[in-house]
Ligand binder design. Sequence first.
Ligand code: ATP
Ligand code: MG
Length: 425
Amino acid sequence: MKEIRLAEPNYSVCRYIEETLAKHGFEAWLVGGSVRDLLIQGKLSDLDYTTDALPEKVQKIFPRTVPVGIKFGTILVLYKGQKVEVTTYRADADYEDGRRPNKVEYAKDLATDIKRRDFTVNGLAYSVTRKELRDHCGGLEDLEKKTLRTIGDPIARFTEDGLRPIRGCRIAAKLGFSVEDNTRKAMLACVSVTAKVAPERFYDEWRKTLRMKQKRAFWQNLLEAGIIGAFLPDIAVAFDKEHSAVLLRELDALHLKSMAAYAASLFYLLGVRDKETARRTMLDTKFPTAELKLALALLETPLLKIQDQPDRQTLKHHLAEVTRRDRGSHMRFFLDMGSATMRTKAFSTEAIRAFRDSCSRHFVSILRSREPMDTTDLAVNGTDIQQLGIHGRAVGEILERLRMTVVADPQANNRENLLRLAATN
Ligand code: ATP
Ligand code: MG
């Protein structure tokens, strides 16, 4: 095994946790995803500790704590601006219906705690002060073989918690590991358990792949395991051979900045054009309202009405129909979906690059120019129009017409000219 070297400030935090607990007669092990990432990437993602001290003890021993998950034995310890999750050894029992355990049972030893964890590569424990690695589940071997495998019988473990197959697909993708055969077969065998998992837990897993480079591998793993239907039942039929191939081809090249863009791209590439199906899928997956609204707006973006490579004025005209705040999102979505469509039609890489470069240049030029695009940019406002003796809905209609005039011709945006246009309307 390669030597573990922990950089500051993590080293000091780990020493603090381990030494403080040891002083009170308790053990402490860095555990789970943190050890996995430390071994693979040489750096820590988040700091997760497990200990034989009960949560109340952890709260007493450390001066600054937050009881973030006290029901599950987890206390957050704060130290020099760092956060460490400290969880008491657990032996999870009483899983009901493939969901989280009903009640938490604490355990006395590390080996028992490791057995309740999901995958062997997530079951390694490390003591920073003692430089000692504990492997109670064959995690090290699987780490070297780049294999994702459950701790214990996969069917039993997925029956306990139906989220694990989705976690498995995500973690294998993130690490570039392959899912071990029996583990993958069990994912399909337990698909009905996975289908019962609370949708917000799915959303969290999906969200965690937003910043992941290997998004394609995540979806490929879900498809290979045959469990898309449990994850996204409303659009499972859209994952036919042809559409899945397009989706997988494009995924890693997308410029996704939000879950809204992620979902909209997925719907678009899968050929899901029905707004209601998209809305239902996001409602069922507990998308935050703002993300849901933006995703639906992206799917209907006026930019996609552009047929050929647009000139500056055409692009500006369509951008002016989009809420100012969302123009960047619409632009990225348009470029991504436009490129995907061009690839489907066998355009050359150079042609696609030329399309992107030209549109991006126009976009930057339009934004920098500060040319008027919105009603609030007009040299007149509603009160000015009312003073012309115009009232009610007509005011908004006139402002909208003036806005279109100045989008076409920025020079037209002066007060005198606009008042004259409004009066003669
Ligand atoms: P990442 O942080 O990259 O999402 P992770 O493996 O660290 O992955 P966390 O959700 O941070 O995932 O969980 C920390 C550890 O807790 C895991 O490594 C695993 O040992 C354990 N764990 C998390 N969720 C489950 C679960 N549903 N069933 C069993 N063990 C779990
Ligand atoms: Mg983690």
